[in-house]
Design a protein around this ligand. Structure first.
Ligand SMILES: *[C@@H]1O[C@H](CO)[C@@H](O)[C@H](O)[C@H]1NC(C)=O
Length: 229
């Protein structure tokens, strides 16, 4: 596991590289599977909207499956001519609506979000469109974060939990420590559990040790709230 300092350096490096234009490189070494807690998406200053399709469950949802280079660079829009096609989502739509809903405003059915995710990120993986989204759904089903945390007594009950306990619980179940991100709740300055970054091999099927993590401490206090949803 990278230390806090070296992971900060890793991401400073990333930003510098992006400024130096190599952001568009097709360099791909691993994925970040990012899951988010809807209670922390809705409970902030930023406006969010329920999807037009299904009401989000009391569960984590997918925020993204983002290809990254081992060197910390994030390639985007790798195949400008390979646009998202609805016809390539056959058999996935209802699972996508549950596991990867759009929580942005105005309310939508998810198509706009998935289209953007494919064009911007998916095209930089080695997968075809259907494979890419199916891989994300399979990972989501395999990595039941809510269940993992519940087993360690960490529940979305609006109480505060020790950040290290959350990380320990996840490391124990996943084999490797994920990145934990926080944001601030709407009223007041409470820090809350927002997103969890898990590193995935390039085939999109298994958890690997993170070559680098966005600074795992960023935005998180030592005790963070797990808001109800
Ligand atoms: C949460 O999502 C996981 C993975 O998709 C699923 O297996 C689990 O049943 C869901 N839990 C609840 C409480 O909906």
């Amino acid at each position: 596991m990278m230390s806090r300092t070296s992971s900060s350096i890793f991401f400073s490096f990333l930003i510098i590289q992006c400024l130096v234009v190599v952001c568009f490189s097709q360099n791909f070494g691993f994925f970040y599977l990012i899951q988010q807690w809807p209670g922390s998406v809705f409970g902030t200053e930023q406006k969010s909207c329920y999807p037009t399709t299904v009401k989000p469950a009391t569960n984590f949802t997918i925020h993204g499956l983002w290809p990254y280079g081992i060197d910390g660079m994030q390639p985007t829009y790798c195949k400008p001519h390979n646009h998202f096609k609805r016809s390539k989502m056959s058999g996935l739509n209802s699972r996508m609506q549950v596991s990867w809903p759009s929580l942005a405003c105005p309310s939508g059915n998810g198509i706009k979000l998935w289209s953007n995710e494919w064009d911007k990120y998916g095209t930089c993986s080695r997968s075809k469109q259907h494979e890419y989204f199916e891989a994300a759904l399979k990972l989501k089903d395999k990595i039941d974060l809510l269940q993992i945390l519940k087993k360690s007594g960490i529940k979305p009950d609006g109480k505060f939990y020790n950040l290290f306990k959350i990380k320990d619980s996840l490391r124990g179940a996943l084999g490797y420590e994920p990145g934990v991100f926080c944001n601030d709740e709407k009223s007041g300055k409470n820090n809350q559990l927002f997103q969890i970054f898990i590193c995935i091999d390039p085939s999109g099927s298994k958890v690997i040790e993170c070559p680098g993590l966005p600074d795992a401490g960023i935005g998180c206090a030592s005790k963070i709230k797990f808001p109800a949803f």
